[in-house]
Design a protein around this ligand. Sequence first.
Ligand code: HEC
Length: 188
Amino acid sequence: MNSRFVALLVLVALSACSRDSWQRSPGPDEIVGAVPWFSTMRKGIAIQPYQMPLPPPEGTVPVTGTEPPMPISRENLRQIDAMVNPMPRTSESLDRGRDRYNIYCALCHGQSGAGDGPINAAMFNLIPSIVTDGATRFSDGYLYTIVRHGRGNMPAYGDKIRGDDRWHVVTYVRMLQGAAGAAGAAQQ
Ligand code: HEC
């Protein structure tokens, strides 16, 4: 018998002694793997996770579907403004929009949209309010596109807020704008 194999049997026997020693000794997988004859599976050809980047095959479409890029520009504006929010304003839509908004937008624009998010000062107070009359006049498609592609100093969130979620955020921003408008009217 191979001396390594004998050593292995001893190891197995010893490792079975107590619960403590079991935790310190090599796991069964390591022990079996030490026997060359048993280690074939370990040397098999397999893709190791994180070993190399695995880009999706060409033509792969995300489950949320795909759409051509359409950043805010003078040429795209007509198409952008023609987009219609397909999501009805239900409490589910508002809940989802609020959830996404509070995760991705509130740090800059603030919970109420007034532009007073916690990092505004660090951004040299450059964050605008999104509940102004001007922003309220933006079309739904314009808000959708700002979320998707960003604009100027605002980063794009299209890679994080996907599919219908962008429309839910638009619906929620509309709700914030309505609330701000009502508060403004009440003050006058
Ligand atoms: C990192 C900070 C930051 C985050 C996060 C952010 N924005 Fe902005 N946003 C800005 C800045 C800066 C501008 C001004 C952009 C410019 O100068 O063109 C802006 C502009 C806007 C405007 C246009 C306001 C106007 O009156 O022109 C809207 C609407 C808007 N953001 C919505 C959102 C929404 C919705 C989210 C969440 C998906 C979001 N933003 C996340 C920084 C941010």
